[in-house]
Design a protein around this ligand. Structure first.
Ligand SMILES: [Ca+2]
Ligand SMILES: [Ca+2]
Length: 215
């Protein structure tokens, strides 16, 4: 097949698809179509940054201090959850923290924001008992004890954390009794990650009891 024939064949295949996608008038010729910016004919979906207006002040701290450690480039994640069962989705931001030996600055924590229902959120992290410093890598939510209140599982270097939702009033650390900490340790002189320093985690509702498991 000659070059001209190849181009003609490709044009014959591509133009109908472009017309269908961009809803171009069928009577437009090849020169007009190929010389136009087809993206101008696709619908625009604008997004507006309303973070500040919504009252979200969370800042992620990756703990970087010059050694370029792998976890500094990973994490942390965010979860939508309705922790108080009011029908409005709340937000949980996972944070990292300075590495051991780096005492610069305050130690940040994850942040839980309650959806006030008017387009704004309020920080309820401390009130809900989640002002816990972690080097978080990921988060998932699920009702692991099937009590109707969504719980939180955070993967982190140094050991994972499972927080049970106590009726929407407070989160309680039940990692040890649930046996899901992963047995990790903080990195010392040399870097040692825990067995649950995963960057992602998921929850699934399985089993006859309907309780969520974490994987
Ligand atoms: Ca809510
Ligand atoms: Ca629960």
């Amino acid at each position: 097949m000659t070059r001209r024939a190849t181009l003609a064949a490709l044009t014959a295949l591509a133009l109908p698809l472009a017309r269908a996608a961009a809803k171009l008038p069928a009577n437009r010729n090849v020169k007009w179509a190929l010389g136009s910016n087809l993206w101008n004919y696709f619908p625009r979906v604008p997004f507006t940054d309303i973070t500040e207006a919504a009252g979200i002040k969370f800042k992620h701290v990756n703990g970087a201090f010059g050694k370029k450690l792998l976890p500094e480039t990973m994490g942390s994640g965010v979860a939508f959850l309705d922790f108080d069962n009011d029908g409005k989705q709340d937000l949980l931001f996972i944070n990292s923290r300075p590495w051991p030996g780096d005492s610069s600055g305050p130690v940040p924590t994850m942040a839980l924001y309650r959806n006030k229902g008017d387009g704004t959120f309020e920080d309820v992290t401390e009130k809900m008992g989640l002002n816990v410093p972690l080097y978080g890598m990921g988060v998932t939510v699920g009702d692991f004890d099937n009590d109707g209140w969504v719980d939180i599982f955070v993967t982190a270097i140094g050991g994972c954390k499972l927080f049970r939702n106590d009726g929407g009033k407070r989160f309680v650390d039940v990692t040890a009794e649930a046996g899901v900490g992963g047995g990790g340790v903080w990195p010392g002189a040399s870097f040692r990650s825990s067995s649950c320093s995963l960057s992602s985690v998921s929850a699934a509702r399985v089993g006859p009891a309907g309780c969520a498991d974490f994987a």
